[in-house]
Design a binder for this molecule. Sequence first.
Ligand SMILES: NC(=O)c1ccc[n+]([C@@H]2O[C@H](COP(=O)([O-])OP(=O)(O)OC[C@H]3O[C@@H](n4cnc5c(N)ncnc54)[C@H](OP(=O)(O)O)[C@@H]3O)[C@@H](O)[C@H]2O)c1
Length: 275
Amino acid sequence: MRAAKKIAIALLAGLLLLIVALDIWGALTLGSITPAANPVIDEDANKVVMVFGATGSVGDGLLEAAVEDPDVEKVYAVTRRSSPRIEAGVAAGKVEMLLHEDFTDYSGLADILAEVNTVLWGLGTTSVGMDDETYTWIHVDFPIAFINAWLAARTEGPMSFHSVTGMGTDLNGAQHWAREKGRAEHEAAVLAEGSGLRTFGYRSAFVRPTSEQANVLHYLLEALARPGALVIPAKDLGGAMLEISARTTELANGSLIDNADSIAFAQAYKERMGR
Ligand SMILES: NC(=O)c1ccc[n+]([C@@H]2O[C@H](COP(=O)([O-])OP(=O)(O)OC[C@H]3O[C@@H](n4cnc5c(N)ncnc54)[C@H](OP(=O)(O)O)[C@@H]3O)[C@@H](O)[C@H]2O)c1
């Protein structure tokens, strides 16, 4: 009993230390992009949106943002399975679910890809307990195969690819996951050079799941992790992506968006939408 208590206290202390370290890191590093005050908005930039990872904690919010955006006419969810939000979107006529198995092969989707303006990529998972090869397959091979297929099907902009890579992503980092996510960001931007596509990596810290998916632990972590800089609701992250997409002349291909930047663009999006 005593040992269990000691372990619980040590775990709690470790968690608090981690959060304090993240808060300090966040305070020192976050927020380098200010959205233009009088932006040029292309209302056609998000006409057709494709969402990946829509069954996940982040992707559910990205899907919610796309479905609720009045400028978005159609949303494709490319997925291995359905979810309540996908089902509701299909029933409402705005979402089409594309059941997909091999995320390195999009040859069957060329006609649809030719229509797509904006891709919100929330597909990904933790590196904990996963071998390096599988991690690379999911976080590099999947998005790069997709971008190659998309550019083969469509080259005319505006097109934008928004991927949630995460805080700590670093092409030259010490950890395999950080380097591979950095490589995915970099290779995506290189592929897009000279085309109508802009790619963005979102180095988000803590993305709060939608109310349907969040639990007490999420809210506790959020309260500890300095709301206002390190936390963004998943739907707001989707709003930030749609805003950056609509500002077709503002951010260059390959821009990296940290959590505070996402919060700033999410706020700009809400103001533009009158929310
Ligand atoms: N949550 C955060 O606070 C946070 C913060 C920063 C960055 N991120 C990054 O955002 C990404 C998504 O995180 P999450 O928290 O939303 O994860 P999640 O809840 O586990 O969702 C993962 C999503 O990716 C899909 N997926 C995973 N492996 C797949 C595979 N092999 N083939 C096809 N689809 C696959 C899942 O589909 P199924 O439902 O079919 O399994 C699901 O839609 C990750 O890369 C994560 O590192 C998350």
